[in-house]
Design a protein around this ligand. Structure first.
Ligand code: HEC
Length: 176
């Protein structure tokens, strides 16, 4: 019985400490501070576990033809370059202000990731980061076209590569 009281007391203390931390603003809510080790660990571990479960039997139904890759470049220019940059890998002002960085994919790419993993991230978005879900705005085929493009952006067929290199830089050029 004493053990149970002790246990309940410890739980109440822990709950109180968490409540106090939230209420006093000790858990930062601003975007211009770096996330803590604990926050990063929880977010990364949960993301990997969710994606591993959801992409087990998921395969790209489309062929990596020039048409599909070229559609991917156009969709990327319209929806993604503002956060993930164009072929020069230079970040926009927007991209420089996120608390969880948006990788500039031309430099820090996802060419080693399975296509289905990128498909999942584009379709569902990544919670507590700026990465949005495109489930409501793009079709599944469009999301696959984007996923195959980001998987191959460093080894595109010459015609598609020329289209990619022609996407305007996302970096803000106007001086302050
Ligand atoms: C408003 C900003 C924003 C937009 C728009 C956006 N993303 Fe993201 N994206 C992010 C951020 C921030 C992350 C990093 C999340 C993290 O580290 O968990 C990310 C992560 C990713 C990743 C995983 C990168 C990695 O290294 O694992 C991929 C792939 C990706 N985005 C693709 C896209 C594509 C394709 C589009 C367009 C359809 C897009 N994103 C649009 C902000 C954005």
């Amino acid at each position: 019985m004493r053990f149970i009281y002790g246990f309940v007391f410890a739980l109440a203390l822990l709950g109180g400490a968490v409540f106090a931390a939230v209420k006093t603003g000790s858990i930062p809510a601003n975007a211009d501070s770096k996330p803590s080790f604990l926050e990063k660990w929880v977010a990364k571990t949960s993301l990997h576990a969710t994606i591993a479960r959801d992409t087990k039997d998921l395969n790209d139904p489309l062929q990596p033809t020039n048409d599909n890759l070229s559609a991917g470049v156009k969709l990327y220019a319209a929806n993604c370059a503002v956060c993930h940059g164009a072929a020069d890998g230079k970040p926009s002002n927007l991209a420089q202000g996120f608390s969880i960085e948006a990788p500039q994919l031309a430099k820090d790419g996802v060419t080693d990731d399975p296509v289905a993993v990128s498909y999942w991230k584009i379709k569902h978005g990544i919670r507590f980061t700026a990465m949005p879900s495109f489930a409501a705005t793009l079709t599944d085929d469009q999301i696959w076209q984007l996923s195959m493009f980001v998987a191959q952006m460093d080894k595109l067929p010459p015609d598609v590569d020329a289209e990619w290199k022609a996407v305007p830089s996302a970096a803000t050029t106007a001086s302050p």
